[in-house]
Design a protein around this ligand. Structure first.
Ligand code: KG4
Ligand code: ZN
Length: 344
């Protein structure tokens, strides 16, 4: 079954064609650099660019996959959550094509997309031994799940304030480093002293699998203000920027390590840990997680391709396939609503 998916929940216009939930035949992403100057995504600009870009991306996608329209079995689209105007562009385009081409359309929850991203182009993960723990970490969400099958997901915890990716973005903004902050902070962190500043690790109760990043963010803010208030302050030194970034990244790692330990203790039957979402592109976190879990004898899985960490349509096509396998009724020729309040 070949599914053509749209993902326009934030600032990337992504289209992909995936066969049977795992084999990526084409994946196209048009990134919107226009937001960089604002230090964050401007919803109105994002929606306008999605409307301008999706047709070109569709053409490119079909050419890359080298298949004709007849070979597409179904469409899929991110229904939510995300920026409402961005979601509307994708759901409107996919709905229009569903009606025009008379092909079924499968609405997909964005988070189920991220969760499915580990199976893309990964035949060895495909025949899965569930249950697995899934740490989903993005700009908009930081959640812990127990995944019992491709579509059965139980939430174990979530962030109570900022998402981890959002915290990376805010640290970069406070230091005047640009957007998106994750890759920039991570690059600076390589040159810094990870023990220089002791940013706080939140204590939400010893059994809690919830997260909080606002305290860390506030501590970074205070450190930056102290630096600015120094006599003869003439801008941040490279050492200061690198040390703040390194200490911040280290704190995020310590928060993850603490929560993963709790999650594994509470779920001894979990066969592996999957790390997904934009922040899973972070090399330091990936490497630490791999070592940490190897020591505990727990399997660790990440996407085969960095492109599938951040928002992409291939993960939406994959999730749509598993949803269809569970309930073929889900695939209808239809017009879907963008509903950012979808529960998961
Ligand atoms: O999954 P994603 O593309 O979008 C959402 O669903 O939010 O994640 C985007 C987030 C941004 O906050 C970005 O700063 C973060 O992922 N990110 C990273 C890295 N690459 C992207 N964070 C830390 N290290 C990275 N290398
Ligand atoms: Zn996402």
């Amino acid at each position: 079954m070949k599914i053509l998916a749209f993902e326009t929940s934030c600032d990337d216009t992504s289209l992909a064609i995936v066969e049977n939930g795992v084999k990526v035949l084409a994946s196209v992403k048009v990134s919107q650099v226009e937001h960089n100057q604002y230090g964050g995504v401007v919803p109105e600009i994002a929606a306008r660019l999605h409307s301008e870009n999706w047709r070109g991306a569709l053409e490119k996608c079909l050419n890359l996959a080298k298949i004709s329209l007849d070979e597409i079995d179904a469409l899929a689209v991110t229904q939510g959550p995300g920026l409402q105007t961005s979601l509307l562009t994708g759901t409107t385009a996919a709905s229009f094509l569903s009606l025009f081409w008379q092909k079924p359309l499968i609405p997909v929850h964005h988070t189920l997309g991220h969760i499915s991203s580990v199976f893309l182009d990964a035949p060895e993960f495909y025949q899965k031994n569930f249950p697995v723990l899934v740490l989903t970490v993005s700009g908009g969400h930081t959640d812990f799940f127990l995944q019992k099958s491709f579509t059965e997901i139980k939430k174990l915890g979530q962030t109570l304030d900022d998402a981890a990716g959002e915290a990376f973005d805010k640290v970069a903004k406070m230091l005047g480093l640009g957007y998106p902050g994750g890759p920039i902070v991570s690059n600076w962190a390589k040159k810094g002293n990870r023990e220089k500043y002791a940013f706080p690790i939140p204590n939400l109760g010893k059994n809690s699998l919830d997260f909080s990043f606002s305290g860390v963010k506030a501590a970074v803010y205070r450190q930056i203000e102290m630096e600015k208030n120094q006599e003869n302050f003439a801008g941040f030194s490279e050492t200061f920027i690198a040390d703040v970034c390194a200490s911040f990244e280290e704190t995020v790692w310590k928060i993850f390590a603490k929560k993963i330990t709790v999650a594994l203790n509470q779920n001894p039957n979990a066969k592996a840990l999957h790390f997904v979402g934009g922040v899973s592109a972070n090399k330091y976190l990936r490497e630490n997680l791999a070592k940490f879990l190897a020591n505990l004898g727990v399997d660790f899985r990440i996407t085969t391709n960095f492109e599938y960490c951040t928002d992409n349509a291939a993960m939406i096509a994959s999730a749509a396939y598993w949803l269809y396998q569970k309930n073929p009724e889900i695939a209808k020729i239809q017009f879907v609503d963008a509903n950012s309040r979808l529960k998961f």
